[in-house]
Design a protein around this ligand. Structure first.
Ligand code: ADP
Length: 585
C-alpha cells in the first residue's frame, strides 16, 4: 500500500481557488456578482481575478506577501479573495470601522506590501499612512516598507478620488486574462490574515491556510445546506473571517453575490425583494435593525430567506420574532481563530413538533461541530476532563481540526497559549446538553463570580431581552464589597419607553434566582460595539468599576440613594445595599 504513487494526478493541495476555476467553466454565464446595477458572470469574475493576480505579480508581490484592503462589500473585495492568493500572496481584509491608528497598527504589523483602499475610505487610509510614516521616522519599525497604495474607485460613477497614481480598474485592464495563478505546492500555505476584533484582548493577526479555508468552506455550505444557484446577500462584512468563508462558498455553489455598500434595513429589504435573495449571514444585532425598521423600509418577504447568524449569542425571543417575519434562521458559533463558524445548531426534524418558544430556545444553543472539525468538547482546563453532558456543568469550549488557524502572525507566545495539550482553547465557557448540543454560557473573562456563585452574563441578558421594553442589554461584573463582584446591567430601551430601574429589577426578581439579580441597572442610549457588532464589555466593565456599592443597613428602610437592592441570602427588607453611581469614565 505504502508504495503506491502520490502524484499530481491523485494528490492536489486543497484550496478554495479551485472553486472559482470550476465556476468559470460550469457556471460561465451565470451571474456571479450584482452591485449597484452592475452585473458580472462567473467567467468575467474569474477573468478579472486572473488579470488582477497577474498585475500583482508585476508589482513584485510574491508568496507570503500581505495584500491589505480597506473596502466595504464591493465586487473588488470579492475578486481579491481569489486574485490575491492566485498571486501566491495573503489577503488581509481590514475592518472598515477601525480608526486610523488601528489601521496603521495592522499595516505595520502585517508588513503589507500593497494596500487597496475604497474611494470612500481614502481619508482614514491617508491618516493611517501618515501614522505609519511617523512610526518609520521614529524608528519604531525601521524594517517596514510603505505599502503600494491603490484606490478602488466607484465602478459605475468614478469619482476620480486617488491616493497615489494607481486605480483598481487599471490593474484589471493591464492584467493578463490567461494567467493561471501560481502553483500551490503546499496546502498549508497562508491564504489570508484576519485580525481579531479585540473584544477581550489586543487584536491579533490570525493566519488561515488554503487547506483550512477549503475545509471550512465545504463544512459551512454543507452545514447550512446551501444549494446551487443560491442568491447570497452580503450583509455580513467580507472582512469578518472572509465572510465566514462564503466569499469562497458562493463560488463553490455557483451562486450570485449581491454586494451592498451599507448594511442597513432599507438596503437589506430592498435587495431581498429586488434580487430574490435566498441566503444571508449576519450577527444578531442585525435582527433588531430588521425588526425595528421604519414601515417604508420594510418589504414583505415573498419567499424563504435563510439566515446564518452568530458572532454573539442570539436571544431566543429575537429568533422567534425573526422567524415570524418569514426568515429561516440557523445559528452558528465560531471565532476568528476557527475560520468563522465551528459549531452549528443542526436542526432536528422532531423539534418541529415543539411549541415555538421551545424551538427558539433550542435554536439559541450553539450546537454541534461542523463536519470537517475533528473534535469539539467542553473541558475543565486544569484537569482536561470533559464535563458531563448535563447542561449544567460549565467548562471551556475546546476545538481541534483543520479549520483552526495556523497561528497568530509574529506571536509565538500567544500561539502557544492558544494551543494547549492538543486543543485550541476558545476562551468561551459552555455546557453540553444531554443530546450533545453545546451552549455558551459566557466568555471566560465575562463570567461574574458573585460570592463564589458563577453567574452567566449571557443567561442574564437573555432573560432581560424578554422584557417587553428592552431593546438590548449587556451585563458585566461590578465590584461588590461583600460578594466580590455582582452583576451590573446596561440596558437600551425601545424607542419611547420610559421604564424605571425598579420595574426592571422587579421583573428580574420574578424571573431569575435572587443571586443573579443585577445590583444596578444603567440606562444607556446605545451599547459600545466593535466593528463586528459585538458589545465591548471591557468598556462597560470600566464604567461598572466606577459604580461603588456600599453596604448600609437603615433602620427606617429608607436609603440615601435611589437604589434598594437585596442579595440572595439576605431576608428581604433587612439589609439594603446602596449603590452610588460615581463619576463615569
Ligand atoms: P473577538 O474574540 O476579538 O471578539 P471574534 O470576532 O473572533 O473576535 O469573536 C469570537 C467570539 O464571539 C467567540 O469567542 C464568542 O465569545 C463569540 N461568539 C461567536 N459566536 C457566538 C454565538 N453564536 N453565541 C455566543 N457567542 C458567540
Amino acid at each position: 500500500m505504502d508504495k503506491l504513487p502520490k502524484c499530481t494526478a491523485n494528490y492536489v493541495p486543497l484550496t478554495p481557488l479551485t472553486f472559482i476555476k470550476r465556476a468559470s467553466k460550469i457556471y460561465a454565464n451565470r451571474t456571479s456578482v450584482i452591485y449597484d446595477g452592475v452585473r458580472f458572470s462567473w467567467s468575467q469574475t474569474y477573468e478579472r481575478s486572473c488579470r488582477l493576480a497577474y498585475s500583482l505579480r508585476s508589482f513584485n508581490v510574491v508568496r507570503n506577501d500581505v495584500v491589505s484592503v480597506l473596502a466595504p462589500n464591493i465586487p473588488a473585495l470579492y475578486e481579491m479573495h481569489f486574485a490575491v492568493p492566485m498571486a501566491g500572496a495573503v489577503l488581509n481584509a481590514i475592518n472598515t470601522r477601525l480608526d486610523a491608528k488601528n489601521i496603521a497598527t495592522i499595516l505595520r504589523h502585517s508588513e503589507a506590501k500593497v494596500f487597496f483602499v475604497d474611494y470612500e475610505y481614502v481619508h482614514i487610509a491617508s491618516d493611517a499612512l501618515s501614522l505609519l510614516v511617523a512610526g518609520l521616522e521614529d524608528g519604531s519599525s525601521p524594517q517596514h516598507v510603505m505599502p503600494l497604495v491603490i484606490v478602488i474607485d466607484d465602478l459605475k460613477r468614478p469619482t476620480g478620488v486617488r491616493l497615489g497614481k494607481l486605480e483598481y480598474e487599471q490593474l484589471i485592464h493591464h492584467g493578463n486574462p490567461q494567467y493561471l495563478g501560481e502553483d500551490l505546492e503546499d496546502e498549508w500555505d497562508a491564504i489570508s490574515l484576519n485580525y481579531t476584533s479585540g473584544t477581550t484582548s489586543e487584536p491579533k493577526g490570525v493566519v488561515y491556510s488554503h487547506r483550512g479555508a477549503f475545509l471550512s468552506t465545504m463544512s459551512l455550505i454543507q452545514g447550512w445546506e446551501m444549494g446551487t444557484e443560491a442568491v447570497y446577500l452580503w450583509s455580513l462584512p467580507m472582512f469578518h473571517c472572509n465572510g465566514w468563508t462564503f466569499t469562497w462558498g458562493v463560488a463553490a455553489r455557483g451562486g450570485t453575490n449581491v454586494c451592498i455598500r451599507n448594511t442597513n434595513a432599507e438596503q437589506i429589504y430592498k435587495s431581498i425583494s429586488n434580487h430574490k435573495v435566498t441566503h444571508m449571514c449576519c450577527a444578531p444585532i442585525i435582527f433588531n435593525m430588521l425588526l425595528e425598521a421604519k414601515p417604508h423600509e420594510i418589504r414583505k418577504l415573498t419567499s424563504k430567506v435563510n439566515i446564518l447568524t452568530g458572532g454573539a449569542p442570539p436571544p431566543a425571543p429575537l429568533l422567534k420574532k425573526m422567524e415570524e417575519l418569514g426568515f429561516h434562521i440557523t445559528h452558528a458559533y465560531g471565532l476568528t481563530e476557527a475560520t468563522g463558524p465551528a459549531l452549528i445548531c443542526e436542526w432536528r426534524t422532531k423539534w418541529n413538533e415543539l411549541p415555538t418558544d421551545h424551538q427558539a430556545r433550542l435554536k439559541a444553543r450553539q450546537g454541534v461541530s461542523i463536519l470537517t472539525l475533528a473534535d469539539v468538547d467542553v473541558k475543565d482546563k486544569k484537569t482536561m476532563e470533559g464535563v458531563p453532558h448535563d447542561g449544567k456543568t460549565m467548562g471551556e469550549i475546546v476545538l481541534r481540526g483543520s479549520s483552526i488557524m495556523k497561528g497568530y502572525l509574529k506571536d509565538e507566545k500567544e500561539t502557544a497559549k492558544a494551543f494547549h495539550k492538543g486543543w485550541f482553547f476558545t476562551g468561551d465557557v459552555g455546557v453540553i446538553h444531554p443530546d450533545g448540543y453545546m451552549e455558551i454560557k459566557d466568555r471566560s473573562k465575562d463570567v461574574i463570580i458573585s460570592g463564589g456563585e458563577n453567574i452567566s452574563s449571557v443567561e442574564l441578558e437573555s432573560i432581560l431581552f424578554n422584557h417587553r421594553d428592552i431593546l438590548e442589554a449587556a451585563v458585566v461584573a461590578m465590584p461588590h464589597p461583600r460578594w466580590g463582584e455582582s452583576p451590573c446591567a446596561f440596558v437600551v430601551l425601545k424607542d419611547t419607553r420610559d421604564t424605571r430601574e425598579t420595574e426592571i429589577l422587579a421583573y428580574c426578581k420574578k424571573n431569575m434566582p435572587k443571586f443573579m439579580v443585577p445590583k444596578k441597572v444603567e440606562f444607556v442610549k446605545e451599547l459600545p460595539k466593535t466593528g463586528t457588532g459585538k458589545v465591548q464589555k471591557a468598556k462597560l466593565r470600566k464604567i461598572a468599576q466606577t459604580l461603588q456599592i456600599s453596604l448600609k443597613t437603615t433602620s427606617d428602610n429608607k436609603v440615601s440613594d435611589n437604589q434598594t437592592l437585596y442579595h440572595q441570602d439576605e431576608p428581604e427588607n433587612q439589609e439594603k445595599v446602596v449603590v452610588v453611581a460615581m463619576s463615569r469614565l
